[in-house]
Design a protein around this ligand. Structure first.
Ligand SMILES: O=C[C@H](O)COP(=O)(O)O
Length: 253
């Protein structure tokens, strides 16, 4: 367990309708642990960001976008601007999720532009990285993830990177029920931290928070969070149902 504040974020992906979003807020109302112990967020489809901000009430719940564009205005049909996230009170945005990289062909360069654009408006990026099963089995995870991180951080200042959140999500563990062992997850989060140290020095690498993501469940979260280099979790499936989402936070009560 590190001294950094843990950060547990749900990622709803393309799930829920408005009624379900509001019901979820109702079900977690007054049940989140104190923000002194853990930071909690939900990343939701763009359509539900404003309702989440407006209906979270006094719950210590941060709101995150699942994606963002790197321009604030212009002829970019269908995109969401960083400025609109900031204006509506959205605190975080995931960038570079493996599903965006795979299905929407996002490149490291796009993702780096998004990181810059978010910092410019005061929204904190959650920068995702992670390798395929093939890369994992070939023993090339460290190199792969290091390259993604170096490219994603290009041109960011030490001050920005110390506020950043990085999520290590092995693609083979996403939605498969196959969580990486806590040891593997910790080792790769340690690799990510060492890349940050190489680029920005010890102070920044000790400040940056690194989440693990990939089939995290209430039953597996405690062991993962006990590891030195893991500061939180980015959770898909287990964040969709209020009881299970609250179960992820039991260790902080
Ligand atoms: O962003 C979340 C990850 O893709 C993990 O999803 P999962 O918990 O359903 O495996």
């Amino acid at each position: 367990m590190s001294s950094r504040k843990p950060f547990i974020a749900g990622n709803w992906k393309l799930n829920k309708n408005l009624k379900e979003v509001l019901a979820f807020l109702d079900q977690i109302d007054g049940k989140l642990p104190s923000e002194d112990k853990v930071e909690v967020a939900i990343a939701a489809p763009a359509m539900y960001l404003v309702p989440l901000v407006h209906h979270r009430g006094k719950n210590p719940l941060k709101v995150a976008a699942e994606n963002v564009y790197f321009k604030n205005s212009g002829a970019f049909t269908g995109e969401t601007s960083p400025q609109s996230l900031a204006d509506e009170g959205v605190e975080y945005s995931i960038i570079g999720h493996s599903e965006r990289r795979e299905y929407f062909h996002e490149t490291d360069e796009d993702i780096n532009k998004k990181a810059h654009a978010l910092f410019e408006v005061g929204v904190t990026p959650i920068l995702c990285c992670g390798e395929t099963l093939e890369t994992f089995e070939a023993g090339k995870t460290a190199q792969w993830v290091s390259n993604q991180i170096e490219a994603g951080l290009k041109g960011l200042s030490a001050e920005q990177v110390s506020k950043l959140v990085i999520a290590y999500e092995p693609i083979w563990a996403i939605g498969t029920g196959k969580t990486a062992t806590a040891e593997i997850a910790d080792e790769t989060c340690g690799v990510v931290r060492s890349v940050v140290e190489k680029l920005y020095g010890k102070n920044v690498s000790e400040a940056v928070r690194i989440q693990y993501g990939g089939s995290v469940k209430p039953e597996t979260v405690a062991e993962l969070m006990s590891k030195e280099n893991i500061d939180g979790a980015l959770v898909g499936g287990a964040s969709l149902v209020a009881d299970s989402f609250l179960g992820l936070l039991d260790i902080y009560k």
